[in-house]
Every structure is written in C-alpha cells, then in structure tokens.
Ligand binder design. Structure first.
Ligand code: UT7
Length: 323
C-alpha cells in the first residue's frame, strides 16, 4: 500500500525576538506570570512588511533542499494558515509563483492551530489516492498581525514563524512497521466557535479583526479533545504510548502539553517542547517543533512520532507516523 513519507523538512523564524520583559514594557504583565501560566519565555515577531508568504517561502525552500528536490519534483503545495497575505488569491499560490513552480496546483487550508494536521492529512489522502506523488505542506503564520496588542490575555501567547515538509508517496507493506503516516484523525465542532475567533472578516465587518479568546474555556476542552484523537490513533494502529519515541504536540501552552502527556502516560522525556522560545505559532508550531527535533538529532529513522493539535473552531486532530 502507498505510505506518505516525510522526506525533508525546513523552517524559518523572523529575526526579531520579543521577550516577556519586552512585552511587560507595553502591557500590564510580568515574565513570571507568562512563564508560570504558559511556559513561554520569548517569541519571534515578523518585521514590518515581512509577510506570511515571506516566512512560508523560506521554510519551503529549506524543506525542498533537505529533501534534495526542486519544484519540478512537486505536484502540489498545501499551505495551512489563518493569516494569509490577502483574503485572496491564496497565499500558497503566491508561494508557488515565487518558487518558480508553474505546473500543478497550490491551495490554502484554514483550521487555525490544527491547520498543519489538517493539511498533512489532506496531503496523505492525495498521495494514497494516486492523485499526486510529492506534495509540499507548509504551515506559516503572522499572528502578530491579528493580535490586539493592548489585550494582555492574548497578546503574550502568540508568535510568528513557518515550517514545511515534503511528503512523498512510497510503497509500504501495510503494517505499522512501515515508514510514513500510519493514521490520521480529524475532528471539528462549530458549537465552540465563540471561544476562540477573530472578530472581523470580509463577509461580516469588512475588516481583518483581532483574535479573541476565552482562554480558560479553551484550556478546559483542550486536554480531553487531544486525548480523544490520540487514543483513536492508537486504536486504529494497535500501538500505544510505550511504542512512541516522540510526542510533538501543537505548542500553545506547556501546561496543556504536560497535562495531555500525563493523561496519556507519555513520559516527559519523549515530549518535544518549543513553546518556550516560539510561543504559539498556530499552524506553524508542529512543523517548527518537528524540524527542530530533527535538526537536534533527536528524531531518528524508524522512530514512532505522534503529532497533535487543537484550535479555533474547535478543530482538533492527530497523526501517527514512522520517521
Ligand atoms: O492553540 C489553541 C489556542 N489557545 C490555547 O491553547 C490557550 C488556552 N488557554 C490558556 O493557555 C490559558 O487559559 C491562558 C494562559 C490564556 C490563561 O491562563 P489561566 O490560568 O487560565 O488564567 P486566567 O485567564 O484565569 O487569568 C488569571 C488572572 C486574571 O486575573 P484575575 O481576574 O484573577 O484578577 C487575568 O486577568 O491572570 C490575569 N491575566 C494576566 N496577568 C498578567 C491574564 N493575562 C495576564 C497576563 N499577565 N498576560
């Protein structure tokens, strides 16, 4: 059977680093509060004029270089983002053009913080169906552009960045020993739409709007939803937490990650944490964390990796893959 294998990954973070102490100069907060409640110490913020397409293009080029391919080898680009350059055309199409790719297709996907899990799942289906052989999947965000910088309950949580992977169709045996994606689980429930949203849009206010969140409510649902899709991934494959080498969750809040890992009996040394130095980069957080774990030499061929995310919508999902 066809398996979707990650053959390269790359990432990019804006040069500008903003620490908690920097934020404390403009909003009523402290480094102590932010670290204690979230685990975040700093985040990267895009420079004026630096766009989601700029970050995504750099991550895409790094991923293609890592995979040893050129745009001629790609059939499709999928970009997960909630902060596109413009309402349309899709930012992925701009990235496709900048990369010099004038064949195949590109489109954006929007599932907020779960965007990368949704995009990777979509790419997996395209590869398994034979529609494509090689897909570039990017998560890129400039959340700094939709934050209310006077709202201390949200502006301290997010950062900008991009990560990308090249996903390729390879022949597998159909067993859980195969390299590549073993199972994908996606969920959404719009009854939670008012708990995490942006208060603007082309069809409502004709403005971009700002991120609004009932943080406690999101927190309350997060661990249960994350657990639900991870348990479903184990059930679908017959594997369990002991089989995992790495747990690479969406990086929103270290307390959510720790509580999820504890509930699932995943030992802390298997958990990849980047939220301390990236903040919550929404759809970019998983590929950023994955690339960092690969670059650090943590992730080795044959390792079993669980990815998961939960975000606005609500949307949530998990992907179990063998490296
Ligand atoms: O990717 C998915 C998206 N989002 C998330 O996963 C976020 C989920 N939620 C969270 O991570 C947490 O709920 C937060 C980190 C947002 C907040 O932590 P909390 O422990 O739930 O705090 P809280 O909202 O209950 O606020 C406690 C206090 C409040 O003061 P009072 O009412 O007790 O006097 C807040 O006003 O902390 C205050 N507060 C702050 N104080 C200093 C809120 N934000 C700040 C701040 N600095 N930045």
């Amino acid at each position: 059977m066809i398996r979707s294998v990650i053959t390269g990954c790359g990432s990019y973070l804006p040069e500008n680093i903003v620490t908690n102490d920097d934020l404390a100069k403009t909003v009523d907060t402290t480094d102590e509060w932010i670290v204690q409640r979230t685990g975040i110490r700093q985040r990267h913020i895009a420079e004026d004029g630096e766009t989601t397409a700029d970050l995504g293009e750099k991550a895409a080029r790094a991923a293609m270089k890592d995979a040893g391919i050129t745009v001629d080898d790609l059939d499709l680009i999928i970009l997960a983002t909630s902060t596109p350059n413009n309402t349309f055309p899709a930012t992925s199409v701009e990235i496709q053009h900048r990369l010099g790719m004038n064949h195949g297709a590109a489109f954006d996907m929007q599932a907020v913080c779960s965007g990368f899990v949704f995009a990777l799942t979509t790419a997996d289906q395209y590869l398994k169906s034979g529609f494509a052989k090689r897909i570039l999947v990017i998560g890129a965000e400039t959340f700094s552009r939709i934050l209310d910088w006077e709202d201390r309950t949200t502006c301290v949580l997010f950062g900008d960045g991009a990560g990308a992977v090249v996903l390729e169709a390879r022949e597998g045996e159909g067993s859980v020993s195969d390299q590549g994606i073993l199972t994908c689980q996606l969920r959404s429930d719009g009854s939670h739409k008012d708990k995490l949203y942006v208060d603007g849009g082309p069809s409502t206010t004709q403005t971009v709007g700002h991120l609004r969140m009932q943080g406690k409510e999101v927190f309350r649902h997060a661990v249960g939803m994350i657990t639900d899709v991870i348990v479903a991934s184990f059930k679908a494959t017959g594997l369990n937490a002991d089989d995992l080498n790495w747990f690479i969750p969406h990086q929103a809040n270290k307390r959510i990650i720790d509580a999820s890992a504890k509930k699932l009996k995943i030992s802390p040394e298997k958990v990849v944490i980047t939220v301390d130095h990236h903040g919550n980069t929404s759809a970019a957080s998983i590929p950023l964390a994955l690339c960092e774990a690969v670059a650090n030499g943590k992730v080795k061929k044959g390792d079993l990796i669980m990815l998961e995310a939960m975000g606005g919508g609500f949307t949530w999902g998990a992907i179990l893959l063998r490296w």
